[in-house]
Design a protein around this ligand. Structure first.
Ligand code: MN
Length: 234
């Protein structure tokens, strides 16, 4: 068949220090993966991992200005370590999981917190809270071989220079191997997939004009400026 119209090319993430881009297929996000954040969300931290998804078009490669989205009064940041998948794998063993990892990056899982709370209260899905345009800023991907020590790195998120999140990757409830083993039980992981691995405590709201700086030791930083509020779609 010939397509009756053409779709845009895949969104592409930057690769640190190279001219090639990383075409993005799907975005998986792990929820409540740091004890203190699970507790600040009012949840018990000792449950099995879970994930939700964002479409690839939510990607904001390299950061920059991100509009304040419509239909929320409580737009929040979640700074996270992101895994870029470079090899396919289904039901992978934890010991083999690192073979799937192409590289690592700093990401922001931007969230309409008010809609998430409403969805949770009504036992509804999180799509309007999590999966929307510009909700997945991502810094350049550093190749796994060049990102040694990321498993014990410090993660920090600053808003206008003030530290709001100060965590350690080692404090994840489910580590990178466990996350990939878990997701790949349900869905075959493919080259181009991204996995946002969850956020530490300290999440909070942003306003137009705020500057977010997310850093993880050993990885390229990510800076996002919150733009003006988008008017409701019509
Ligand atoms: Mn998150």
């Amino acid at each position: 068949m010939t397509p009756c119209f053409t779709l845009p090319d895949r969104p592409m993430a930057a690769i640190d220090g190279g001219s090639e881009g990383f075409p993005v297929g799907r975005i998986f996000c792990i929820g409540r993966n740091y004890r203190a954040h699970a507790e600040e969300m009012g949840m018990d931290a000792r449950e099995a991992p879970f994930f939700f998804t964002k479409w690839a078009e939510a990607l904001v490669p390299g950061g920059g200005t991100v509009p304040y989205p419509p239909e929320t009064q409580d737009y929040q940041f979640e700074a996270e370590l992101v895994l870029a998948i470079g090899r396919p794998g289904a039901a992978v063993a934890e010991a083999q999981a690192p073979d799937l990892i192409f590289g690592y990056a700093v990401g922001l899982d931007m969230t309409r917190r008010d809609l998430q709370a409403e969805a949770r209260g009504k036992s509804r899905p999180w799509d309007t809270a999590k999966n929307f345009a510009h909700s997945a800023p991502l810094g350049p991907i550093r190749l796994a071989a060049a990102a040694g020590g990321v498993d014990s790195a410090a993660l920090q998120l600053r808003v206008n220079g003030a530290v709001r999140q100060n965590g350690r990757i080692a404090d994840m409830i489910w580590n990178c191997r466990e996350i990939l083993a878990y997701i790949s039980r349900f869905e075959r992981l493919l080259p181009g997939d991204l996995v946002y691995t969850g956020t530490p405590a300290g999440v909070g709201p942003v306003r137009p004009g705020d500057v977010l700086d997310a850093t993880i030791e050993g990885l390229p930083p990510l800076r996002v400026t919150i733009g003006e509020k988008e008017p409701p779609f019509r």
